[in-house]
Design a protein around this ligand. Structure first.
Ligand code: GRF
Length: 187
């Protein structure tokens, strides 16, 4: 299955996917200086920048869609992708866009999930891998894992624990998803 990762920043989840055996054919980023580009280079993975700055969302998504089509992408994995995916891409790839979110959804949606959970001093937060739909941080959950917040944890320590779970849960879930899709297609 031809697979593309969309990322906007550091890209540690992208790298963990690759290093754990998920075949990633392409990386697309909307940020020309994002560190994920460096990682793609080191991992020998084709990378394309579609800069989002300075263009409206529709034109930006059309440009991304064109790159996806040119590369015959079938599955999209979001890994720290900071743009909202709207109909232009969603309608073409419905059910085939997976996201990883650093909380035990539906708690703590949005871009500051780890910090907010920490500040609320929750008993636990976690990680969710889900298929996306038009509502932010919603859609069918594929996998969830809790991460306990120890009262002695600093924010950095808590964040590190969440990332460690992400690096395992994402590749396991994606591999399972691809396996099930293949079985389903064969029937
Ligand atoms: C991760 O915590 C992911 O769950 C969230 O954004 C972060 C991206 O980190 N969506 P990285 O760019 O993969 O290092």
């Amino acid at each position: 299955m031809i697979t593309c990762v969309l990322a906007s920043g550091n890209g540690s989840n992208f790298e963990a996917l690759v290093n754990n055996g998920v075949k990633v054919d392409l990386l697309i980023t909307n940020k020309p200086n994002a560190y994920c580009l460096e990682r793609a280079k080191n991992l020998n993975i084709k990378a394309v920048v579609v800069e989002s700055l300075g263009q409206d969302h529709l034109s930006y998504e059309q440009a991304v869609l064109q790159v996806l089509k040119d590369n015959q992408v079938e599955l999209i994995l979001l890994a720290g992708y900071m743009k909202i995916i709207k109909e232009t891409i969603l309608d073409v790839y419905e059910g085939m866009i997976i996201n990883i979110h650093p909380s035990y959804l539906p708690d703590f949606k949005g871009a500051h999930a780890i910090k907010e959970a920490y500040e609320a001093q929750v008993e636990y937060s976690g990680v969710t891998v889900h298929i996306i739909d038009k509502n932010i941080d919603e859609g069918v959950y594929l996998a969830q894992e809790k991460v306990m917040l120890d009262p002695s944890d600093t924010l950095d320590e808590f964040e590190a624990k969440i990332h460690q779970v992400e690096y395992q849960l994402y590749h396991q879930t994606v591999k399972q998803f691809i396996k099930e899709r293949k079985l389903w297609k064969e029937h």
